[in-house]
Design a protein around this ligand. Sequence first.
Ligand code: SF4
Ligand code: SF4
Length: 370
Amino acid sequence: MTNAKIKKEHLKLIFDRLKTSHRIIGPRLEGNVIVLAEIADFRDIPAGYKEQQGRGTYRLFKNSSQIFSFSVGPDSFKRFMSPPVRENFTFKKSKKGISISQNSSQVREIATAFIGMRACDIAALRLLDKVFLEGPVKDAGYDSLRRNSLIVGINCLYPGDNCFCSSMDAGPEIKDGFDIAVTELDDSFLLEIGTVRGREILNGLPIDEVSDKDLSEKVSKIENCKKMIKKSIKVSELPWLIYRNPEHPRWADIAGRCLACGNCTQVCPTCFCNSSYDNLQLSGISKKLPELSGARIRTWDSCFSTNFARVHGGNFRPSRRARYRQWMSHKLAYWIDQFGSPGCVGCGRCITWCPVGIDITQELEALHAR
Ligand code: SF4
Ligand code: SF4
């Protein structure tokens, strides 16, 4: 890995360079929320904004001279790599037989540059890779998007009030998985080049040498950020804190507050559960119209949905108590058994976007009480 430095006013040049060959996804203001969306101009980045995040609250205000003073909003890589609704394939049954066509958007190579991505989101992307790429069957749509994505990360210097990435070893510093990692210093941007593609993007741009002072400024800003993180999870207690407590009274207590709305799973960058259904065309309903066609649609689902655990003979998780316990146990216990690390990166989104402010760090802590 090598370092370079660019003047603040020149960061726009990286954006302009990327624009010639990539669709650019990055942070932008929509309504009163910073989302991830396609951005056409560097000025779309909500420079100087900061949010106040609490349990079930998110408020934006502008008060900083820094460009990347905001933290994470509700969106993550998940929205793009595994979109909320996706057509997997179309099918047609006629007298000649059955034919299946892969969705053209899956095979089309879309070069996408993600800019301003945080360490927790890059860590979450690596977890999604395990699910969608490293199992027995690769997810073709995810694979295509992933191979054609370029990642410009930004080291977090101003954590959100619900962040606990440092305790999950997922931030705030980006350590790998990026093409370029940016740190906003007082008067410039420090650039760490992670890949050949990252280096190519910077070729010919007005970059400067990095001094020891720049590197120590980065270290001190990241240390300062770590000190500002208020929440944590003791990973050393996992998975046994959960396995020891399947009947803990706290699960019923949470069920009394949880609305089973599924918001936590929708905003979570690592929740990947989905459902599929066939969207059938009506042309096959009569002898005159014997052809049957349709599409297999995949949508995000949630372990909080009433029907998620419905199988032949009944629903094996009928209560909210069972559903919340499943969600937290999957994140913080089963995932460790399956993949060797928790399925949570400490982004805090499930706390911010839970309408009743249920806080995973507090609920886990409560399992200590007998
Ligand atoms: S469980 Fe909550 S804090 Fe952990 S990754 Fe998901 S949204 Fe972020
Ligand atoms: S924990 Fe909160 S966000 Fe998740 S389902 Fe319950 S009420 Fe909704």
